[in-house]
Design a protein around this ligand. Structure first.
Ligand SMILES: Nc1ncnc2c1ncn2[C@@H]1O[C@H](COP(=O)(O)OP(=O)(O)OP(=O)(O)O)[C@@H](O)[C@H]1O
Ligand SMILES: [Mg+2]
Length: 293
């Protein structure tokens, strides 16, 4: 079993003429819980999207030496998601081991909580059963168990749209459990939540990481949460890795450089709320989900 569940090497990304990720390399070992921080626009969501193959890196042309073949690659769970800006043809299948949690719109509002969680098992069952919404009693039992773990079993038959934001995030975590995700990519999962709900969500992620050895990469706007729950922090600044190491060693001087002196002066612990939830990733999950609705 290979130790690195995330292996990114020399990843570049441009939107039009604007480069937003620069020669980014990153390794994450199985069982780590890593915070991804950085100011708005630093590239956190873009990096997470590359890990799931929803965005392709730049092709070979960006290398200074044009005769040198592009060696950029993104491997997750030992699978090559993309290489040289080309997605692997089995990327959809590889995604089945990757759980996603977003800032909001995690669930299909018109579906029951139970059905939202059952979506997690779609990757493991025959396609026709998923399309017809036919789940076995064992699958339902697993989904219920996942809901129990996140403290949401009593809401199983409720429409997802009637839940609070924090409850929805817990159901999204139950879905990742049902999916048996080996890695959870969480893009600002607590940015829209009140402190108590945010704490519950971070504690659940931390518990799943500790008990199930699920690797967690979580982008956060609040450095406090990184400090409390994530042994390692990766900080992006303008598309480059600015810090990659123990969260405990991340001092105010680092933070001032990551976020700029102005932010440090007003206190980086302020609840910064991102205005850019990850529409692309959400859409991908909802497309899968809508087959059931
Ligand atoms: N589809 C796109 N088309 C053009 N530019 C994009 C696209 N997606 C992201 N960008 C740009 O890439 C840069 C990085 O964006 P990204 O969303 O990854 O930042 P972020 O760190 O997640 O920010 P936030 O904390 O606000 O969520 C930004 O300048 C953004 O405008
Ligand atoms: Mg983002």
């Amino acid at each position: 079993m290979q130790a690195n569940v995330v292996h990114v090497s020399e990843l570049n990304k441009s939107f039009g003429s604007r480069q937003v990720l620069f020669d980014l390399s990153l390794n994450i070992e199985r069982g780590e819980m890593v915070a991804l921080i950085g100011s708005s626009g630093s590239g956190k969501s873009t990096l997470l999207r590359h890990l799931s193959g929803l965005t392709r890196g730049d092709g070979g042309a960006r290398k200074k030496d044009s005769s040198h073949e592009d060696s950029s690659h993104v491997d997750v769970l030992g699978n090559s998601i993309q290489r040289g800006g080309r997605l692997h043809r089995s990327v959809r299948q590889y995604r089945s081991g990757i759980g996603y949690i977003f800032q909001q719109f995690n669930l299909v509002g018109r579906m029951s909580v139970m059905n939202n969680v059952l979506i997690g098992s779609l990757g493991r069952i025959p396609r026709w059963r998923g399309v017809c919404g036919l789940f076995s009693s064992a699958e339902r039992q697993q989904a219920l168990h996942a809901l129990e773990r996140v403290g949401m079993a009593e809401y199983a038959e409720r429409r997802a749209s009637t839940l609070s934001g924090g409850q929805q995030q817990r159901v999204a975590i139950a879905r990742a459990l049902t999916q048996r995700a080996e890695i959870i990519l969480a893009d600002e999962p607590v940015a829209s939540l009140d402190p108590e709900s945010a704490r519950k969500v971070m504690e659940l992620l931390s518990e799943i990481n500790a008990q199930d050895k699920t690797t967690v990469l979580v982008s956060l706007h609040q450095v406090d949460y990184a400090r409390r729950y994530c042994p390692r922090t990766v900080a992006l600044k303008q598309g480059r890795i600015h810090y990659n190491g123990p969260t405990l060693s991340l001092d105010d001087a680092h933070l001032a450089r990551i976020y700029g002196a102005e932010t440090a002066a007003i206190g980086i612990h302020a609840n910064e709320i991102s205005a850019s939830p990850d529409a692309g990733l959400q859409a991908a999950v909802l497309r899968t989900a809508s087959r059931l609705a």
